[in-house]
Design a protein around this ligand. Sequence first.
Ligand code: NAP
Length: 271
Amino acid sequence: MQRNQYGMPLMGLGTYGRRGTQGIDAILAALEIGYRHLDTAQSYDTERECGEALRQSGLPRDEIFVTTKIDMPNFGGGKLVPSLRRSLDALAMDYVDLTLIHWPSPHEQVPLATYLEQLAEAQALGLTRTIGVSNFTIDLLQRSRTILGDLPIANNQVECHPYLQNRKLVDFCDGAGIPVTAYQPIAHGALKGDPVLEPLAATKGCTVEQLAIAFALARGLAAIPASSNRERLATNFAAEQVVLTPDDMAIIASVDRGARRIDPASAPAWD
Ligand SMILES: NC(=O)c1ccc[n+]([C@@H]2O[C@H](COP(=O)([O-])OP(=O)(O)OC[C@H]3O[C@@H](n4cnc5c(N)ncnc54)[C@H](OP(=O)(O)O)[C@@H]3O)[C@@H](O)[C@H]2O)c1
């Protein structure tokens, strides 16, 4: 299992939409298959499901890397730390491994320093082992580094898949020592039938989804595909075994079309 410098397994499980008993069953199946990295968020309302699946698995807490994300209503002064305590209650955990700012506050409604300083406080209190951000641009990352000083930004989680390779941002993060997690790494199933990727997958004896996950991992990114289906959970997980040659990488690189799937009106001006 490949891990980054903060101990995060590069292969992870997205949990958006995995709620209730079905959600718990999906997360538990993933843990049985071998996933050791769970990605949740306050706004997904899947923290309880992650905690319950871990409890049912019988795995020790320290074998699992858990990421949660702070929702915008919890950015204001004095709100972030209590909200993370509520997340820990839902997870039935004493700490999370990584806490991210889910989205930057639109138009700086809440100043960057206000919520980043509270995130740093959460780390100092031991509620989270590391801290990071999500959907942050290069400009926001640079300003965050100035605010946080020596405290490392342990992740920037962004949309990234063969149709949106985000090269400028990933290159910046590589240079700055900020690990990147690719969300929607299989473009929510949209790669199926691709005229370039399908033939390549056929020659490699894998699926286009495995190709996309292997591509993210080969770029040094973490990948967090979601599924409620045991077979797809297993094939996605097995993508870590797919070996891509430089020629394969170049072919996958060629399908980039800057196609962003998640782009709300409140999003920052992307790089
Ligand atoms: N930070 C952010 O702002 C942000 C935004 C979006 C997502 N995320 C994170 O990223 C995770 C992944 O994103 P996502 O869940 O939106 O999309 P995704 O992982 O790209 O795609 C998931 C969808 O694809 C299907 N699927 C999974 N494996 C498949 C396979 N091998 N072949 C065909 N279809 C497959 C799943 O259906 P089945 O269940 O039927 O398999 C599910 O509907 C989220 O769960 C969340 O943790 C973060």
